[in-house]
Write a protein that binds this ligand. Structure first.
Ligand SMILES: *[C@@H]1O[C@H](CO)[C@@H](O)[C@H](O)[C@H]1NC(C)=O
Ligand SMILES: [Zn+2]
Length: 421
């Protein structure tokens, strides 16, 4: 098994090295917002997306809800003319994505230099996969409430680390399970999960609220559930979304892990095409990263009270189902608790936050982690996706956005935890 794994890894590295692009340059790439007002307008967007001319940042969610996408400068004129003809009134949100990326890089480096003499983990900066894992392991070594475990390996052989914060032994209390980073470019979700982890691990016995929440629940956190994609987004393509598995198309590696779960796998809102950003893979759980979360849920079956998959961005809290417009049996209860969570988020800094059933109100998605948590045998009613705040910077926020994002998201999750039945 071990030998086979190494051979696969080398083959993978050999092949991907041949096609590995240098750092992808987004000079002139724009992010454009549109407001679809007709079905025809929506179809036009879908066509551009299928042809690879645009890539969504915010997926269209029906009429009169803003969507946004990235587009190269060479396609911009033509596409915005077509969209304007369809009354989609394109508005440029970000004029040059590369500038934003370089600004983010510069700010990360500046903070690193400022903190160079401090050994403490800097929660207000972005961190690599290696740094995140080191922090999780060190905290586990220092703190008797925390344990670190490896729940699986990524396609390229990186450990998928999980931390548990619990006072007693396993199999007694109910669990709140948080997963971050399944989409590689959504860096602020890693930052949010690692901050929450620190609050739980180091606030016990000091902060009354944290103490109560750790007394009541065990907390399981997987801060970086797509390590290869995350590393790739640091090294090569800041806007990478999927994992890094090879596919049938050598030019288009990567499976969207949040379409690879066994919850209406292959259905609406996922793609059979490897070049698509929502490529679902060859079969449910074809990807080891998805298997890792599945197995961790299975290992805790019967105990997971709430499962939250944290994404960026958009300021929205979503419930099952993603794949069918019909509302789940327990929808009233799902709705009650997500309303409370959203209120707590907004109460923090006034950030507008919506909550909605994903398929009925927004758009269809099949094979998601969240829906699997609900329908995949665990029947976790409090199974949610949170898209954190942040419209101005999209996927490339400055480090100065981290703390408020983490604090308000945590307030939402705490409110959820207090109110689950
Ligand atoms: C763990 O403890 C060591 C020794 O006291 C300390 O140097 C280190 O910063 C601690 N690490 C974390 C993550 O708490
Ligand atoms: Zn996402």
């Amino acid at each position: 098994m071990q030998v086979l794994h190494v051979v696969c890894l080398l083959a993978a590295l050999g092949l991907s090295a041949a096609i590995l692009p240098k750092s992808v340059d987004y000079t002139g790439y724009k992010v454009v917002s549109v407001l679809p007002k007709s079905e025809e307008g929506l179809r036009t967007l879908e066509n551009f997306e299928r042809q690879g001319v645009i890539k969504y940042w915010i997926h269209p969610a029906g009429l009169n809800r803003p969507a946004s996408f990235q587009i190269s400068s060479s396609n911009f004129e033509l596409v915005s003319n077509v969209l304007a003809e369809q009354a989609l009134s394109p508005i440029v949100l970000i004029d040059n994505i590369q500038e934003l990326i370089e600004k983010q890089n510069k700010e990360i480096l500046e903070r690193q230099l400022q903190k160079a003499n401090s050994k403490a983990f800097d929660f207000e900066n972005f961190h690599t996969y290696t740094e995140l894992l080191a922090f999780m392991q060190e905290t586990a070594a220092n703190n008797s409430l925390v344990s670190y475990s490896v729940i699986g390996q990524s396609y390229e052989g990186r450990d998928i680390g999980q931390v548990t914060v619990r006072t007693g032994s396993a199999g007694v209390k109910q669990i709140i399970f948080l997963e971050c980073g399944i989409h590689a470019r959504e860096w602020i979700t890693e930052s949010t999960c690692i901050w929450i982890f620190d609050q739980l691990a180091n606030g016990y016995g000091i902060d009354a609220e944290i103490t109560a929440l750790v007394d009541k629940f065990d907390w399981i956190i997987v801060p970086t559930s797509n390590p290869d994609g995350y590393e790739y987004s640091w090294a090569s393509d800041r806007l990478w979304r999927k994992n890094r598995a090879l596919t049938d198309n050598a030019l288009c590696p990567g499976v969207d892990l949040n379409r690879n779960y066994d919850a209406n796998f292959g259905g609406d809102g996922s793609s059979p095409l490897p070049c698509s950003e929502t490529y679902h893979g060859v079969s449910a759980f074809s990807e080891s990263e998805a298997v890792a979360i599945r197995d961790s849920l299975a290992a805790n079956r019967g105990f997971v009270k709430a499962f939250v998959s944290i994404h960026s961005y958009g300021g929205i809290w979503m419930s099952p189902y993603g794949y069918i417009k019909e509302l789940p049996l327990e929808y009233d209860e799902m709705y009650r608790v997500m309303a409370i969570g959203c209120e707590a988020i907004t109460a923090t800094y006034g950030t507008p936050f919506e909550y909605a059933n994903e398929a009925a109100i927004l758009y269809l998605t099949s094979g998601t982690t969240r829906d699997y948590a609900y329908v995949g045998g665990d029947n976790i009613i409090y199974a949610y996706t949170i898209e954190t705040r942040g419209k101005a910077y999209g996927f490339v926020p400055p480090p100065s956005e981290i703390l408020e994002t983490a604090i308000e998201t945590w307030n939402g999750i705490k409110a959820m935890a207090y109110n689950v039945l």
